[in-house]
Design a protein around this ligand. Structure first.
Ligand code: T1G
Length: 688
């Protein structure tokens, strides 16, 4: 039974019980509707509805969104609750999200537990509240608050919900508190649907649209929600509901909702492979080597997850630098209210900074984030192997170096794994877990367990230059430089990709991260680069001129006074000069052509990565692109987006581009196979 009912005296208790998150599927909807009939037949004084376990209700069952809607529709169920002569009280524990919040808002009264949350996150799934939320919430909290909650999708904590007038009480035991509510008081509360709609407020709607168009550029659902709220509130309540439902159903079938659902479920499917035969190591004591930007970020992420950290540096100066870097992060987090002073103090208590490796003798895992030099890393791993227990897992955070070569520096390479964090390591959710040739299952299992503890998204990657994400990034940048060389500008390239949905384009992003990192990698690759492959020198020339990006005041752009980016004529001249040296005539690419070339370059490289088995699946590549490189989430990730174009069309376009440069545009065999067989890229698997 997904909904259980029982009565005590004249009170009915209705419990939603659909593990693991009380998602509101068909059986829950039917159970709630039956409970309304039951309560009225029993002439109860009230019904107290709650959620079994740790969650009130996580919302509609998103797994049902790809199926035809089945009655009873949640909107009808909630009308029955709202209009019933038996008043319902929602006793909210955990979270009441989406349809879960709509159930609560349709009740006569709401009581939340202190740690509970209530919200309408539908736009994060590319839809809008579809069970009366767009019309009931404004009646409870007013227009501006409702617009903010629905278009932003962020939940309210109990106290904030109480202050917003959405809930009547906050109590440790909401069910008990609901039982104690005075009958007369309950009887005086006007059903939500009968509350007057808030006055139309053109300024509020305009501000909400402005916010949605900037903060959620390209996304349809937030703007549609505003339209439905505005149209609906101008009509009697029951005439508004069909408008809401039509919009919800239309959005649910749309590309953006499918893309967001894809990422939602792909994110949750990112778990340790079932094939692992060994358990993870305990994670209480962890060593971090290197207190630079990455090391400090990793150490903070570990502290924030309640772990104890021994940060190892080379000498006293290194220890001081590391301490200063971690202090900066702790202080910034405290200032932003992410942690309070007590938590900051607790973090410091669990942190040891030293240059003495023997202080880490109890660590079960070490994460090395030292300078990106093979010699340095091999030396660090030798010292770690000597200082830590023999079965401690030794992880490297290297972005590009060969994990197999690093592993060869210890006698037991099965304990070596790559844990590639993304800067800032305490914020970015992606963690590439690099499976080297000798990496054992205990090391992999420990990597996945760490990801879970840090609430990061783990993606298994094979060993190659750049693993998954940075290898795609290198191809993205190469395509951008080629377009730039042949007739565009960094500004035009960046604008084209921002229009696609990136927060910023490849050139602005490089200026932020620094041009020297990629420059060092290109030098490392000089010896093995295909001499016949076109090589664009502009980035090297900028580095030679000391233009390393924002940190030096100029890179691809100038940053006068440290402010925003300004085009730099020197960069444009370099392109003209370099294309002259190459004897090329420059063309003028449209934004569509720029997007086509950059996206196809990434898709083709990603297809090779999948074909070679470096990535295990297309949805893993989607997770890497969205959570590591800013690919717009509402497009579902790089390979999900590729499937909206289709392998056949992609291959045809690549064939055209290959006429310009058959080496750079060599078509991935995986794309050829998908095109020939008509199979979605999402279902493609490595060729071997
Ligand atoms: N539908 C189906 N499955 C869901 C689900 C949902 N809404 N929410 C979670 N799951 C699955 C998830 O895939 C995972 O499955 C398991 O539950 C645990 O999830 C009508 C139309 C509630 C805060 O957007 O935010 O209501 O991997 O790992 O970290 O207007 O889940 O175990 O097989 O995330 O404890 C709106 C989405 C829906 C909330 C719990 N609701 N969920 O977090 O567990 S649209 C949402 C969450 C809607 C109405 C509209 C979180 C959580 P598996 P988990 P968690």
């Amino acid at each position: 039974m997904s909904v259980t009912t029982r009565r005590e005296d004249n009170v009915g208790y209705v419990e939603i019980n659909n593990p693991p998150v009380n998602a509101i599927g068909l059986s829950v909807r039917q159970g709630l509707l039956d409970a309304v009939t039951w309560a009225e037949k029993e002439m109860l004084d009230r019904v107290i509805v709650s959620g079994a376990g740790r969650i009130f209700a996580a919302g509609a069952d998103a797994k049902e969104f790809d199926q035809a809607p089945m009655k009873p529709h949640l909107s009808d169920v909630l009308n029955a609750i709202d209009e019933s002569f038996v008043p319902w009280i929602a006793a909210i524990n955990g979270v009441a999200l989406g349809g879960g919040a709509e159930i609560a808002i349709a009740c006569r009264m709401r009581i939340m537990a202190p740690g509970a949350q209530i919200g309408l996150p539908e736009v994060t799934l590319g839809v809008i509240p579809g069970a009366g939320g767009t019309q009931r919430l404004p009646r409870q909290v007013g227009l501006r608050k409702a617009l903010d909650m629905i278009t932003g999708g962020k939940p309210l904590a109990a106290l904030a919900a109480f202050e917003a007038g959405l809930v009547h009480d906050v109590d440790e035991n909401p069910v008990e508190a609901a039982f104690m509510v005075n009958t007369e008081e309950l009887g005086c509360i006007v059903p939500t649907w009968e509350l007057p709609a808030p006055e139309a407020d053109a300024a509020a709607f305009a501000a909400a649209r402005e916010r949605a168009e900037t903060k959620m550029a390209g996304q349809i659902a937030p703007l549609r929600a505003i339209d439905v709220i505005e149209e609906g509130l101008a009509r009697p309540f029951h005439e508004a509901l069909p408008i809401e439902r039509a919009a919800f159903l239309e959005l649910r079938e749309g590309e953006q909702a499918k893309a967001l659902r894809h990422i939602f479920f792909a994110e949750r499917a990112a778990k340790a492979p079932d094939s692992l035969t060994e358990l993870p190591r305990e994670l209480e004591q962890i060593a971090v080597v290197g207190g630079g930007t990455m090391g400090a970020g990793i150490a903070y992420a570990l502290l924030n997850a309640g772990l104890s950290v021994t940060l190892l540096e080379t000498d006293a100066d290194g220890v001081a630098r590391a301490e200063s870097n971690i202090d900066k992060i702790i202080n910034a987090s405290t200032e932003r209210g992410l942690i309070d002073a007590n938590r900051a103090q607790d973090h410091r208590k669990r942190l040891i900074l030293t240059d003495d490796y023997s202080m880490a003798s109890q660590a079960t895992l070490a994460v090395e984030a030292a300078f990106e030099s093979m010699e340095v890393k091999r030396e660090v791993f030798t010292k770690l192997a000597a200082a830590l227990p023999d079965d401690a897992i030794l992880a490297t955070n290297t972005s590009y170096l060969d994990v197999n070569e690093i592993a060869a520096s210890v006698t037991n390479p099965s304990r070596v794994v790559g844990l590639h964090f993304f800067a800032p390591a305490h914020i970015m959710k992606l963690l590439e877990i690099v499976n080297a040739d000798a990496t054992g299952d205990a090391a992999l299992a420990t990597g996945f367990a760490l990801a879970k503890r840090l609430r990061k998204i783990p993606v298994l990657a094979g060993v190659c230059d750049g693993f998954i994400g940075n290898r795609i990034l290198a191809r993205y940048r190469e395509a951008a430089d080629t377009v730039f060389m042949d007739g565009s500008t960094p500004w035009e390239v960046d604008e084209a990709m921002v229009e696609f949905g990136y927060a910023m384009g490849p050139y602005e992003a490089q200026d932020l991260s620094g041009l020297d990192i990629a420059h060092a990698n290109r030098r490392r690759q000089d010896a093995t680069r295909d001499p016949n492959r076109r090589y664009v020198r502009i980035a090297d020339r900028l580095v030679e001129l000391g233009k390393l990006g924002k940190k030096t005041g100029a890179g691809w752009y100038r940053y006068p006074g440290g402010g925003g980016k300004v085009e730099d004529p020197i960069v444009a001249d370099l392109a003209i000069e370099e294309s002259h040296f190459e004897g090329r005539t420059r063309t003028d690419y449209s934004s569509d052509e720029i997007r086509q070339r950059l996206l196809l370059a990434m898709i083709n490289e990603a297809a090779d990565i999948l074909d070679e088995g470096i990535a295990a699946s297309a949805h893993d590549i989607d997770l890497v692109s969205v959570f590591g490189y800013g690919f717009p989430r509402w497009r579902g990730g790089l390979m999900h987006h590729a499937d909206t174009i289709g392998a056949e069309a992609i291959v045809a376009q690549l064939n055209e581009l290959a006429k310009e440069d058959p080496i750079a545009w060599k078509i991935s065999p995986l794309l050829q196979r998908c095109a020939e067989l008509g199979t979605p890229i999402a279902e493609a698997r490595p060729s071997s």
